[in-house]
Design a protein around this ligand. Structure first.
Ligand code: PEP
Length: 247
């Protein structure tokens, strides 16, 4: 059975004091489940704050080189050395604001594969592409290019987050129909590219998931959880999402 994942992407939010208070609130809730894994992707400076928190924590970004003169970057080896458990790759904010190309993202994927480091590959189309109704070709092209160096025996390291750019932080989630259609297209791609193993890849939805729309989104076929920005900053709302996914 595929892993269900509820992942918090904090982006560049929260001070250390706020992180400590979030972790304290988090620890008052019951997050035990056989079927759903909770993950937190804080700013990298807080990763070590999670080592005693009993929760999967990951980084929001990584560089593909192993070590060297790359000021401001972090390597897979460095992340692994402090107990970081996975990484987001290719979030649309990295692609759009920091000009990360499909080729660069493929290099990052390759670095994770080489070090057996789990990663969540994010993909998503801009509004112009959705308006032109070419979103499926756009997403499959991203996946094709980003997963170029991956073979079927390595895909247990992979999860995918489909996050339409126009839905991120906008308060306007994709519809259940749009989500179902795209997740099916991604599943079909994975099976064509990797065979039966493609069934085991978790595909998360991201883009304005909140306590009002979560249950309907989690009911869609091929939705194996969510990558959550805004609604993950508050433990109460994040926990409601958790309960909706476990239901
Ligand atoms: C995200 O940053 O990955 C995201 C989905 O953000 P939000 O939930 O705030 O739309």
């Amino acid at each position: 059975m595929r892993k269900q994942i509820l992942a918090a992407n904090w982006k560049m939010n929260l001070t250390q004091k706020e992180v400590h208070s979030w972790i304290a609130d988090f620890q008052t809730k019951n997050w035990n489940s056989e079927q759903v894994q909770v993950r937190v992707y804080p700013s990298a400076i807080y990763l070590k704050d999670f080592t005693t928190a009993q929760v999967h924590c990951g980084a929001q970004n990584v560089f593909h080189e192993v070590r060297g003169a790359f000021t401001g970057e972090l390597s897979v080896e460095q992340l692994q050395s402090i107990g970081c458990q996975s990484v987001l790759i290719g979030h649309s904010e990295r692609r759009e604001l920091f000009q990360e190309s499909n080729e660069l993202i493929a290099q990052k994927v390759k670095a994770c594969i080489k070090a057996s480091f789990p990663f969540v590959l994010c993909c998503g189309e801009p509004l112009s592409v959705r308006k032109a109704q070419t979103q499926e070709a756009f997403i499959l092209d991203q996946l094709q290019k980003n997963l170029e160096h991956v073979s079927p025996d390595q895909i247990d390291l992979l999860a995918i987050a489909y996050e339409p750019i126009w839905a991120i932080g906008s308060g306007l989630s994709a519809s259940v129909h749009e989500i179902t259609e795209m997740h099916l297209a991604i599943r079909t791609f994975l099976m064509a590219r990797f065979g039966e193993a493609g069934q085991n890849v978790s595909i998360l939805y991201g883009g304005s998931v909140n306590t009002a729309n979560a249950a309907a989104i989690f009911n869609c076929a091929n939705v194996d959880g969510a990558l959550v920005g805004g609604a993950s900053l508050d433990v109460e709302s994040f926990y409601e999402l958790w309960l909706a996914l476990c239901a």
